[in-house]
Design a binder for this molecule. Sequence first.
Ligand SMILES: Cc1cc2nc3c(=O)[nH]c(=O)nc-3n(C[C@H](O)[C@H](O)[C@H](O)COP(=O)(O)OP(=O)(O)OC[C@H]3O[C@@H](n4cnc5c(N)ncnc54)[C@H](O)[C@@H]3O)c2cc1C
Length: 358
Amino acid sequence: MIIVVGSGIIGSWIAYTLAKAGEEVYVFEKSFHAGDGISGRNSGVLHSGIYYDDTSLKSKLCFRGYEIGIPFFEKYNIPHSICGKVITTGVSVSKNDETEKIETIESLYENGKRLGIPEIELRKDPAKHWKHILGSHALWIPKTGIVDVSSYLKVIWYLCEEAGVVFLKNKKVIRENGCVFAVDSNTNEKEELEATQFINAGGLYSDDLLDTSENREFEIRPNKGEYYRLKTQLPYETLVYPLPMKTSTALGVHYTFHFGGDAYVGPNSNWANSKEDYSIQTSRSEYFNSLKNIIDFFKEDDLSEGYVGLRPRLFYKGEAIKDFVIHKESNWIHLLGIESPGLTSAPAIAEKIFGMIV
Ligand SMILES: Cc1cc2nc3c(=O)[nH]c(=O)nc-3n(C[C@H](O)[C@H](O)[C@H](O)COP(=O)(O)OP(=O)(O)OC[C@H]3O[C@@H](n4cnc5c(N)ncnc54)[C@H](O)[C@@H]3O)c2cc1C
């Protein structure tokens, strides 16, 4: 019997993959509303993996996840669109800034070619190709898309149940004195759990389930990504990104659109006060200033407060870890620091876990 902790996109894909192969799988979820965690609060982008070096888990799993994901969305009619993505140098403040940005975009382009990402192009004067996009150079990545995350989650939960997965909601898993318990959030009743294998896909809270005697060196700190909603979409369907942030794993405040007509700008990157801190702290004008560095289509009035997602930033002995970590410990497998591109990588993460235990 296998117990998966967490019913986000990662835990659900793992549960589905294992149950389809005949394993008895139980998913424990502390919340009543599954999908409330990181999986329900992101950009919904299917990434190409261009940002990561080819030895990283992020690169390998993002590539493979995309490969498994697209036919899966087609098979189950999950709304998605391979709309492509533009990364632009945006507005520069000085000559030095411009030179640095061109070097960065050229090295991203080289990395993309090295990784074998198909049909990427480095174009000068992006506004000639896409009206309203600012900057002197842009990278065009056709192999990038968006998926309707809420439909995606509903389908994967349905398939889990069809494959025999049992979901237990309002059940928080804890470890105490070498034992594992599920605590009911309504009654506080505690029940001891036994399983041949535990899989910790607890997202922001996955560090709470590490063996306290060994692994407290790992720590997850919540990093806030705020989104502002835009009144209208651009007149064409493409994602528009700035160059990625140098000091963080965040990809920079970008333009995305969702199915049903919504468009957003975000997410930025700020430390949150807690793992429950979903408040918007950045002003509209600050957001507008970021947006107008890459696109000149919108007015400040077009922005209104949107939503917040929290990144599970992983630290080991106080040092930031940039990659996903899959950590094995007795009969536990811990998934740590599964931030972007986790949504894209989910099917491949499940395939990897399957390979580790079956
Ligand atoms: C702002 C932002 C933007 C992003 N954009 C993208 C993107 O465009 N493309 C992309 O590929 N990725 C993106 N990501 C990353 C992606 O969203 C995540 O990697 C993915 O959703 C993580 O899923 P998860 O299942 O690990 O976590 P979650 O969805 O948080 O699921 C974990 C679940 O575990 C439950 N849980 C936790 N602890 C316990 C416990 N002790 N007992 C029982 N249940 C427990 C929680 O309640 C939760 O439901 C983004 C992330 C953020 C924050």
